[in-house]
Design a binder for this molecule. Structure first.
Ligand code: NAG
Ligand code: NAG
Ligand code: NAG
Ligand code: NAG
Ligand code: NAG
Length: 456
């Protein structure tokens, strides 16, 4: 029998030999950390390895083959090899690349042709924030502030979880705190400068507000709680608040004793570190047991720190619904105006801007896209700076729900549609060259959320 040696047999043999020999061989031939100095500059002997163009296999979505100015939403989530191409603009991407980010940020990878120039970063996923884990598995907290979004100078946000019985320690801070309960329920309490007391139980969808400097605590009830905190200072840092434990730890015991009229030994057993988020004794089911009533009385109803927003029905509009809580109904939160907007699939929060305030937006559910229109003079989880127009389109197949927060004494916006529909037709025609038939279709009522179908 004739022995046939196939090239692959040889290479397999060599590979096996190398493998057997691998450890000592690698040690002796391990390249040094730096290459040769002869690699610098042009060399007549070293040729660039230029072969044929890589065969990048991809297919385009219908929205990628039409005019870029149509700016159809591109759903790249199930696209195997999404490409930065719109019409005759852009080209393929051989990599290296991060497919996960490219798939969920299609308008960044392949922006609409109507985009122009660089904008501020207006988006921050809480999933990229550092999470601070509480002790005893009692919860966690992660934040968004100017460290991660430098342009969001007016507001900052914290997403916090407390397990049943878990506390956010007694504390206060310089910023005003507005909060929306996202899940579960909690008991909040505070004492104001007149010594008046406050305690209330809140559940998902309810709102609270604590003015600057008012000391308060939050404890999760039996179902645990997750909430969103919004502060009126973009550089707010959740790790930098005044904690009860720290006040006691860092004040001389003799001073504490004198101040509170007790003995120095009264402080023998105080915690030797801050608690921040920790497990406590479950709150008594009967809130009356924690209703401290003193000669100062309770915080008057008109100055209450809570608003049972979950019990407010949403105002229905064509493409979804809107509900507003602002100082007109929740006066203590004197500069916080907020709306929860629900947009049905394909619908869109209409193009609008807020004349006097930045907007801080938190996406609660669903997926959507937004574009900011910035004046060129301006260098924005989504923050839209003062008077930049914007919209939010539901690009998914479930309801999109988000929270808009303004620093304003009333929730107001200017809607693009209402504006041009309420302007003399001749002026609009002279400016935008719209047809008479288009002008006759414009609606003078504010729409808030328009209905529509998903474009792709
Ligand atoms: C709270 O979270 C639980 C577990 O994820 C979920 O089943 C429930 O629907 C959430 N409640 C609300 C109001 O979102
Ligand atoms: C606490 O007590 C005051 C005075 O009796 C009462 O007006 C208030 O409703 C009570 N609050 C709660 C949360 O029970
Ligand atoms: C509300 O916030 C805005 C923006 O930060 C600020 O300019 C304004 O002075 C504030 N108004 C009140 C009444 O605090
Ligand atoms: C306005 O639109 C018409 C077509 O409807 C076009 O003929 C005309 O050139 C346009 N005018 C300007 C100033 O662009
Ligand atoms: C549009 O409307 C204006 C004002 O009513 C009228 O003068 C003009 O002829 C109309 N243009 C067309 C193309 O019908």
């Amino acid at each position: 029998m004739k022995l046939q040696v196939y090239p692959w047999t040889l290479s397999l043999l060599l590979a096996l030999l190398t493998a057997v020999d691998a450890a000592p061989a690698r040690r002796s031939s391990n390249p040094s950390l730096r290459g040769s100095e002869t690699l610098v500059g042009y060399s007549s002997t070293e040729k660039v390895a230029s072969g044929t163009q890589p065969d990048i296999k991809y297919s385009l979505l219908p929205g990628q083959t039409v005019s870029p100015d149509i700016g159809a939403y591109l759903d790249f989530e199930k696209v195997e090899n999404p490409q930065p191409i719109r019409g005759s603009t852009g080209s393929d991407d051989p990599g290296p690349r991060n497919y996960a980010y490219d798939r969920i940020n299609s308008d960044k990878l392949a922006p609409p042709g109507t985009d122009n120039g660089q904008t501020i970063n207006a988006q921050w996923p809480m999933g990229l924030s550092h999470n601070r884990l509480g002790i005893d598995n009692a919860g966690w907290a992660r934040q968004e502030n100017t460290v991660v979004m430098p342009a969001a100078t007016e507001m900052a946000g914290v997403d916090m979880r407390l397990e049943p019985g878990g506390y956010r320690e007694l504390h206060w801070h310089v910023a005003a705190e507005w909060s929306l309960v996202l899940n579960g329920s909690c008991r909040i309490q505070a004492v104001n400068t007149d010594g008046q007391t406050f305690v209330d139980d809140l559940s998902a969808g309810d709102v609270w507000f604590f003015p600057p400097g008012i000391p308060h605590s939050i404890q999760a009830l039996d179902d645990g709680v997750e909430f969103l905190l919004v502060f009126d200072q973009g550089d707010f840092d959740e790790d930098n608040t005044f904690l009860a434990t720290e006040v006691f730890l860092h004040t001389p015991k003799s001073v504490l004793a004198k101040n509170l009229g007790v003995s120095i030994s009264a402080f023998d057993d105080i915690p030797d570190d801050e608690l921040y988020i920790f497990e406590g004794t479950p709150a008594p089911a009967d809130i009356e047991k924690q209703n401290v009533t003193t000669q100062s009385g309770v915080v008057p109803r008109t100055e209450s720190y809570s608003y049972h927003f979950s019990e407010q029905a949403a105002h229905e509009v064509a493409g979804g619904s809107v509900k507003i809580v602002d100082p007109l109904t929740f006066p203590i939160a004197s500069n916080f105006s907020a709306a929860i907007v629900t947009v049905h699939p394909g619908g869109m929060r209409e193009i609008h801007w807020h004349p006097t305030s930045d907007e801080w937006t938190f996406f609660i559910q669903g997926q959507g896209r937004a574009t900011l229109f910035l004046h060129l003079m301006l260098p924005q989880r989504l923050t839209t700076a003062l008077s930049n127009s914007h919209y939010i389109e539901n690009t998914g197949d479930e309801d999109l729900m988000f929270l808009e927060v303004l620093q304003a004494t009333q929730f107001t916006d200017m809607a693009l549609g209402q504006w041009i529909a309420s302007t003399p037709k001749q002026i609009v025609k002279d400016t935008l060259n719209l047809s008479n038939s288009t002008l006759s279709k414009l609606k003078t009522e504010k729409q808030y959320v328009v209905a529509g179908s998903t474009t792709s």
